[in-house]
Ligand binder design. Sequence first.
Ligand code: NAI
Length: 372
Amino acid sequence: MIIGVPKEMLPGERRVALVPDLVPNLTKAGLKVLLAPDAGTAAGFLDSTYEEKGACIGPGIFAEADLVLKVQPPTLEEISQMKEGTILIGLLQPHTNAVGIKALAARRIAAFALELMPRISRAQSMDVLSAISTIAGYKAVLLAANRLPKMFPLLMTAAGTVSPARVAVLGAGVAGLQAIATAKRLGAVVEAYDPRPAAKEQIRSLGARCMEIGLEAQEAEAETGYARVQSGEFYQRQRELMADWLASVDAVVTTALVQGRRAPILITEEMIQRMRPGSVVVDLAAEQGGNCTLTEPTGEVVRHGVVILGPVNLASTVPFHASQMYARIVTHYLEHLLHEGTVRIDLSDELTRDPLVTYQGEIRLREERLVS
Ligand code: NAI
């Protein structure tokens, strides 16, 4: 079997789906690994290093490979170059990429979207969303620190005492907890809020203050561990109760998401107006509609003296480690699928079944979840 790793062509994408250190895991399993020239260069992995580890470098990846490893969804052009029946593993954005998913089905590609991996203990080493959120939470705090006209730590100097920055984190899932840990490491005073009761202990265990805003969410957590959607009145009340708090902090990192929904609105323009001039909001929910009404995805907005950042694809800004983490996840998944040197698609196994979005010419996602 030939495993093909193309160079990612999406502008700004610097990650690669396989790193040199993991090539031997695949070659030892009897697979041939073929990479496009410069596939890993933007992430700091040279062609020569891949070759030393046993990979081949060459053109025509899509036409050659039996199995393609990608980061971003393939373009229509790339799909048209794939052999019928190719296996594809990547971040395929299945719910917002209807055209691509239909093209994959038409080409009879067996396409695995890693975002759909069930979040169960058995699949923890294949949890791509947690890896991406970890990076995003870390990087969001660095963006805030970089943009803030203040320093994060308490400093006692001959020129006087500098008081520490106050950072609020909204949403304490994977990204939020990493944001808390990073802001703490930089010396900020950190406060956080999440409606899931389980998050409270996790916030405290990182040395941050858990904000009790006096609002009880209805059955805040689903069996899956994700937050449940709340009523419009809940979000309205949450905004009212958080307004004073946010007006008193220097930086806010928002990470609040509700699975399968637009991100909840936690910060309105009126709340921004009350914040200190120079303060910074980093909205990690920008791609899902934003937690702040003023957020522009990929952009920076300055309103009422407050900087609002809506970064997307932060993982690509640290492509070395992001590729390393991603490649480990992909390799674990491939090892899960492989049986005696070839991929076996066992639909009775949820780790195989759930991420499989197209197979044998069929789209396996529910129609209403397929949006262009
Ligand atoms: P996520 O990315 O869907 O959401 C981020 C955070 O936003 C969550 O903590 C959520 O409670 C919070 N949120 C929702 N509405 C909010 C509101 N109105 N105000 C403030 N915050 C709000 O979640 P993520 O980070 O992917 O994971 C959340 C939980 O899922 C984890 O803490 C864990 O319990 C579970 N999980 C389980 C895994 C497993 O393998 N078993 C792996 C990763 C997460």
